[in-house]
Design a protein around this ligand. Structure first.
Ligand code: PEP
Ligand code: MG
Length: 580
């Protein structure tokens, strides 16, 4: 029976092969017992030697990774040094062995990091664990690794890995990796990306339940791992895998430059990110700026973030992107993004107090501190822009602006408003139908089509309900008509439009969006290469001719048929093999 697991996609690529279980050094942590672990004569030196091994190893890796990954690795070294310093104090005072000192320090911080409940901090926990394991591994020689020949060409599954162990696996020729623990920013993740090894983290995976050598497929784009797939699924993924290998190089090359179509139309390819780590990694994926910075991660703990915390985060992301635009969305709280510190008991949250409605209701507690922080950051960094979530009425924009004006007078003064550019999220049919009116509100310079919600509200299909997910389709003519109408209304007012919903990351939807007249797409960082590759290899005027009637077609299957024709006509068959 096939078994499908979904996890966190960490490194792109597809592989169809057999699995091999790799016994993880994680057991080392548990097996270090208090009783028989006393400090020897040179305990401190053993620890310092392990630190040196770790540092020289990390520095070696730094030579062949991107600039942005290098910063992360530098942070690794700082973390390892801090950990070792604390261990040395423990060894001095308690005379325990180095391994136990590492375990104690790790456990102390791990508990704190885990209790923070933010995904960003959870990643830090994974990083810390990786460092602790690497240091312990350097102190204890010997490895439980498999014979190299057994690993070649396989998908390795493991509880977790140290970077050094992973390098051995890469040398042994593995083709894919699945771990139970780990994170997007971990050192292993960085290595996987720079070596082109597809990697997915699946916290729910029970390794004992996976038969040794089981045939399986791993999709590092989607984050899926299928064990014992049907023969035809396996064959399909084998084909996809060789298509991906051919394509990956082209995608990487395309990611770095600007996207320009065969008929010379430039398209901005921006990124959607949900925290600073992602923002940093998006830069290395080649994005032209941030089209959507979701700040909700700052609101995920028990209390709202302070104005200073907000200011620091916004300043850091603005600095990171230098001249490139960074669009910050005001917190989009409520409905599918619940607030731990506010209990909203609602019958129908998707139609309830969410987005700008909630911000205006809690203007003193939530909106003002956010806006003060934003304006303070804007006064130093003009590349920041502000986006209003879940707009349905013109009055909401006016109200929002009046809170902004009073936030400005309470913080940096009204002069900052001369730098202000506001965008409205078009996530409801209501906003789509009045986008020309929204364009007239003060400071409104652009609009961003949030198709994830727009499709949900247009088709009346819950975006998160698997029972109706087959009905959720961005290429339904009703959705396309609404988008087309939005583009027409916006262009009458000279309002700049971008698409930031997932639709912009879907290769089968991109020609449709471009043909409707959109010239800015904000996508998941891992799709930057493919989006630019598509734009660079099609003629937009030809595509627009072919798709001119898409909004008037019978249903989405007819639209898809046209998109296939376009890809065939432009010689992009490989994309069809991969994304259909
Ligand atoms: C959207 O609705 O398309 C969007 C980008 O916002 P979110 O997915 O955060 O609701
Ligand atoms: Mg939305």
């Amino acid at each position: 029976m096939p078994k499908v697991f979904r996890g966190i996609p960490v490194s792109e690529g597809i592989v169809a092969s057999n699995v091999v279980k790799y016994s993880s050094p994680a057991v080392l942590l548990d097996s270090i017992a208090e009783a028989d672990c006393r400090a020897g004569e040179n305990e401190e030196q053993r620890l310092l030697n392990a630190l040196e091994t770790f540092k020289s190893y990390v520095r070696g890796v730094m030579e062949f990774v991107d600039e942005s990954e290098r910063e992360l690795l530098q942070a690794y070294i700082l973390m390892a040094e801090a950990l070792v310093n604390e261990c040395i104090e423990i060894i001095g005072s308690e005379k325990v062995c180095g391994e136990l000192a590492i375990k104690r320090v790790y456990e102390k911080y791990s508990t704190m990091l885990k209790s923070a409940k933010s995904s960003l901090i959870a990643w830090r926990e994974a990083d810390l664990r990786e460092i602790a394991l690497s240091l312990i591994k350097s102190m204890i020689s010997g490895d439980s690794s498999k014979v190299v020949a057994e690993l070649r060409g396989k998908i390795v599954i493991s509880e977790e890995l140290t970077p050094m162990a992973f390098m051995e696996l890469i040398r042994a020729g593995i083709r894919g990796l699945v771990t139970v623990r780990g994170g997007h920013t971990s050192h292993v993740a960085i290595l996987a990306r720079s070596h082109g090894i597809p990697y997915v983290v699946i916290p729910s995976l029970k390794i004992d339940e996976i038969p040794e050598s089981a045939r399986s497929v791993l999709d590092g784009f989607e984050g899926t791992f299928i064990v014992n797939p049907d023969i035809d699924v396996f064959a399909r993924y084998q084909k996809k895998s060789s298509t991906v290998s051919r394509l990956m190089d082209k995608l990487r090359k395309n990611a770095l430059g600007r996207a320009r179509s065969l008929d010379n139309v430039e398209v901005d390819v921006l990124c959607n990110v949900g925290n600073l780590e992602e923002a940093r990694s998006a830069l290395s994926h080649g994005c032209d700026g941030i089209g959507l910075f979701r700040v909700e991660f700052l609101y995920a703990s028990g209390i709202p973030p302070s104005e200073d915390t907000l200011f620091n985060v916004l300043t850091r992301v603005a600095q990171m992107y230098n001249e490139k635009p960074v669009i910050i969305r005001a917190p989009d709280l409520g409905a599918d993004k619940p607030l731990p510190f506010l209990e909203l008991k609602e019958e129908n949250p998707a139609l309830g107090l969410r987005g700008v409605r909630l911000l205006l209701e809690y203007r003193e507690e939530l909106l003002k501190p956010f806006l003060r922080a934003f304006l303070r950051a804007l006064s130093h960094h003009s590349n920041l822009k502000l986006l209003i979530p879940m707009v349905t009425k013109l009055n909401e924009v006016y109200d929002f602006v009046s809170v902004l004006e009073s936030a400005a007078s309470e913080s940096v003064g009204a002069s900052v408003l001369s730098k202000l550019e506001i965008g409205v999220m078009i996530e409801t049919p209501s906003a789509a139908l009045i986008v020309d009116k929204l364009a007239e509100a003060p400071f409104v310079k652009f609009a961003s089509l949030g198709t994830n919600d727009l499709v949900q509200y247009t088709l009346a299909v819950d975006r998160n309900n698997p029972r109706v997910s087959h009905l959720y389709n961005e290429l339904e003519p009703s959705v396309l008509r609404l988008i087309k109408q939005t583009v027409d209304l916006a262009s009458r007012k000279g309002l700049h439009l971008e698409v930031c919903g997932e639709m912009a990351s879907k290769p089968m939807a991109i020609p449709v969006i471009l043909s409707i007249g959109i010239r800015a797409l904000s996508v998941s960082p891992r799709y930057v290469g493919v989006v630019k590759y598509i734009v660079n290899n099609i003629s937009i005027s030809r595509t627009s001719e072919n798709l001119a009637f898409a909004p008037d077609m019978e249903d989405s299957s007819k639209v898809l048929e046209k998109v296939r024709e376009i890809y065939r006509e432009h010689g992009l068959i490989d994309l069809l093999e991969l994304y259909e």
